[in-house]
Design a protein around this ligand. Structure first.
Ligand code: CA
Length: 232
């Protein structure tokens, strides 16, 4: 099921949009402000964002600019009640993918969403063969140039830390034993007398998780480690 974040401060409109999207088979999360919307985006996976332009706190245009910096492959549709040309230009400048003027036709709304989702699926499929990036939550690693970013900020890793992170990101939300990690990352058999994997996991935590609210790397006592955004 595809998941859509709706950022809309007017409760009546938000619940109308939620109903329409749910009827069309989407999973819906509503954020009542731009700030809340940003928090959701940083800590959850969404396939698409629908955002009003006029919002309390951070407005839809600024928010869209941030989203496109942090998650360039997350499609955004902007909504506005104003419908002036300026608004449209500003929204598209900020990197939004589409634009609808309220009140809009439900059929048109759903058609635009489906077409954007299709377009992005094709785009990410092509990108993966071309630039080979791995993404989990707000972490993105580029396998060609060996860079790591979280929330858009570059994080410097040693080659071993990078390989360990890559292995975790290729196997997200799965408990990985120390033996599996040793075999796949260090190309060696795990010797129970050493704790080098724990040491490297701690190095990685200090760089990837320490300064961020959502912790991704978790220890499962007696079993190993798991990359999971839902264990906070
Ligand atoms: Ca509004």
């Amino acid at each position: 099921m595809q998941s859509i974040l709706v950022i809309e401060d007017e409760e009546r409109i938000a619940s109308l949009i939620r109903r329409v999207l749910e009827e069309n088979g989407f999973m819906v999360t509503v954020a009542e402000s731009g700030i809340r919307g940003r928090e959701y985006i940083l800590s959850n996976h969404f396939d698409l964002v629908v955002s009003d332009i006029i919002l309390p706190g951070i407005n839809g245009v600024e928010l869209c600019r941030e989203i496109k910096k942090i998650k360039p492959h997350l499609p955004v549709i902007m909504l506005t009640a104003l419908g002036t040309t300026d608004d449209k230009v500003e929204g598209l400048d900020a990197g939004s993918d589409d634009y609808l003027v309220k009140p809009f036709e439900i059929k048109e709304f759903i058609a635009r969403i489906n077409s954007l989702l299709r377009r992005y699926q094709l785009l990410t499929a092509t990108d993966h063969t071309r630039i080979s990036t791995l993404t989990y939550d707000s972490v993105e690693i580029n396998l060609d140039i060996k860079t790591v970013r979280r929330e858009g900020k570059e994080i410097k890793l040693t080659p071993k830390e990078f390989n360990l992170l890559e292995y975790l990101m290729r196997n997200p939300e799965r408990v990985l034993s120390r033996a599996e990690i040793a075999a796949n990352v260090w190309d060696t058999h795990f010797d129970t007398g050493t704790n080098f994997i724990d040491v490297y996991i701690n190095y990685l935590r200090n760089k990837i998780d320490k300064n961020f609210e959502t912790k991704l790397i978790h220890t499962r006592t007696g079993m190993g480690f798991i990359l999971n955004r839902d264990e906070n």
